[in-house]
Design a protein around this ligand. Structure first.
Ligand code: NAD
Length: 510
């Protein structure tokens, strides 16, 4: 349940108030004019769910000191002992699946099935990371000299700073933190400012697991608290998931510091290629799911549908028909397909993207940005409502449109007709600065293989919606979408050092 309490941070095994600000409940503004507290709000109703203290540089400093102090003892534990704390959390995530899924939906507005899926994905990652404690960590290799042992050993890097977005408020923090902790690092985490309640609950779970003081620390707050983490010399690795704007800034800053590493996952301008060989039932289903689920607010959501001219008219008619009818509504209702946008500022940003498409000459096919009377559920008038926006553009006439290049992160999607073979489709598909996720819909294996091999993507799907993640696979992008992998198996590279060990087993000193 949401409470009246003003929640603080979790530092060094204690719940703490913001440093230097006195009791947060008595004041709401600091001397420098910045708000000292902030609220978690339900995007579907506008109601306040809980109030939180806004972290300062002093809070980050205290959290980093605690993490730094705890590192030596934590690294001495075996992998398997470290994983025990994570197994506790795994069971709690499973036992509280329904309850936590509802909290995710209340705080970030995702449809309830998606809220629960966020929790499922979190336990998948925790299971993977904790299970990985019993897997080999390193390589034994042949030596050039018979009497020598040669192998690679991994060791933790130290303090890992984790900065996460709001759209997967339970799963993504565990993508970062589970593997960092099992590998023997300590963590300072800043949840997204839109989803501090999920942050509070994760910190409570960590506390309940009995994890040693200082191994896990959480500071609530905004981007300034995030920057205080990334900029500090005590941080050895930064794991970031969020917008390209912030990710590029972090990758640039941290990448220039010797000895420090950043792995950043960012946004995309994702597309689906629908060829003349496509099964149109699959094509329509995939495009609808990828463009409108979670209100288009997934890093893998599609905003470009590249469709062959042989099937264009039929696909367009069917896709537009579904987009006109999609149920937008209370995300807690099981039959709602699309919930609200995260916050009023984001509604405004989506409006600007829709306007840009219009200004650039797009033909608007569906404009449900402003919902009609009766579409907004009773009692939800203050929610951040938006509906689908679908348009078509003539790419052959102008291949330089900003609306085809910039991520909107909303239910905003372009139809682009193409003539020719899969090479032409790939040319259009790859014409963005990003390379996160994309799909191809075709019954011809040669076209599927061409897409797999030549689409500029980290995540490629065939005859599937362009959504979903498997923790056994890498999750990341190319071009401006990714800079290292902050999750799963590949994140081990970012949170460990490698030692190449060669040992002489004989008395020969050659
Ligand atoms: P965001 O970049 O605005 O914020 C992400 C986090 O960074 C937040 O915790 C924020 O407080 C913090 N932050 C902001 N400025 C900072 C700074 N200067 N230094 C350090 N930290 C700072 O992103 P968002 O709006 O929360 O999330 C949406 C974006 O995330 C979209 O672009 C989406 O595509 C992307 N995303 C990517 C993935 C992926 O795996 N590739 C997954 C989910 C979301």
């Amino acid at each position: 349940q949401a409470t009246e309490q003003v929640h603080g941070h979790y530092i060094g095994g204690e719940w703490t108030d913001s440093a230097g600000r006195g009791p947060a409940s008595s004041r709401t503004q600091s001397d420098d004019g910045a708000d000292e507290t902030f609220e978690s709000r339900n995007p579907a109703t506008g109601e306040t769910l809980a109030t939180f203290q806004r972290g300062t540089e002093d809070d980050v400093d205290a959290a980093l000191e605690a993490a730094d102090d705890a590192f030596e003892e934590w690294r001495e534990l075996s992998y398997i002992d470290r994983a025990e704390y994570l197994w506790d959390i795994y069971h709690e995530l499973r036992d509280r699946h329904e309850e936590l899924g509802e909290i995710v939906t209340k705080e970030c507005g995702k449809e309830i099935s998606e809220g629960k899926a966020d929790v499922t994905e979190a336990w998948h990652m925790v299971e993977w990371a904790a299970g990985n404690a019993r897997h080999p960590h390193g390589d034994v290799v042949p030596s050039e000299i018979g009497s020598k042992d040669a192998y690679m050993r991994r060791k933790p890097r130290g303090v890992v700073g984790c900065i996460t977005p709001w759209n997967f408020p339970v799963a993504i923090p565990f993508w970062h933190m589970a593997i960092a902790l099992v590998e023997g690092n300590t963590v300072v985490w800043k949840p997204a400012e839109q989803t501090p309640w999920c942050g509070q609950i994760i910190a409570e779970m960590m506390d309940d697991s009995g994890i040693p003081d200082g191994v896990f620390n959480m500071v609530q707050g905004y981007g300034d608290a995030g920057a205080a983490i990334t900029d500090d010399g005590r941080v050895d690795t930064v794991l970031f998931t969020g917008s390209a704007e912030v990710g590029h800034e972090i990758a640039g800053k941290v990448g220039n510091e010797p000895g420090k590493l950043a792995a950043c996952e960012m946004g995309g301008k994702n597309g689906i290629v629908i060829t003349e060989e496509a099964d149109l039932d699959i094509a329509v289903h995939s495009a609808v799911m990828s463009s409108f689920k979670t209100t288009g607010q997934r890093c893998v959501s599609s905003e470009r549908l590249v469709v062959h001219s042989d099937v264009y008219d039929e696909f367009k008619e069917r896709f537009v028909d579904v987009a006109q009818k999609i149920a937008v509504g209370d995300p807690l209702e099981e039959d709602t397909f699309m919930g609200p946008a995260i916050e009023p500022d984001h509604v405004e940003k989506i409006r600007q993207h829709n306007d840009l498409a219009r200004e650039e000459g797009a033909e608007v096919l569906v404009d449900r940005f402003e919902l009609e009377d009766g579409e907004i559920p009773d009692g939800h008038e203050d929610g951040n409502w938006v509906g689908p926006f679908v348009y078509e553009v003539d790419y052959d006439a102008d291949d330089d449109l900003r609306c085809l290049q910039e991520e909107c992160f909303g239910p905003h999607v372009a139809l682009i007709e193409y003539d020719g073979d899969i090479e032409r489709a790939l040319e259009i598909h790859n014409d963005t600065p990003y390379g996160l996720a994309g799909a191809v819909i075709s019954e011809d294996y040669r076209q599927l293989n061409a897409f797999r091999d030549r689409a500029d993507l980290g995540l490629a799907y065939a005859n599937l919606p362009c959504i979903g993640a498997e923790v056994q696979l890498p999750f990341g992008g190319v071009k401006k979408s990714g800079n290292g992998y902050p999750s799963a198996r590949e994140a081990i590279e970012a949170v460990t050092e490698r030692t190449a060990w060669t040992m002489n087993n004989s008395k020969d000193i050659e």
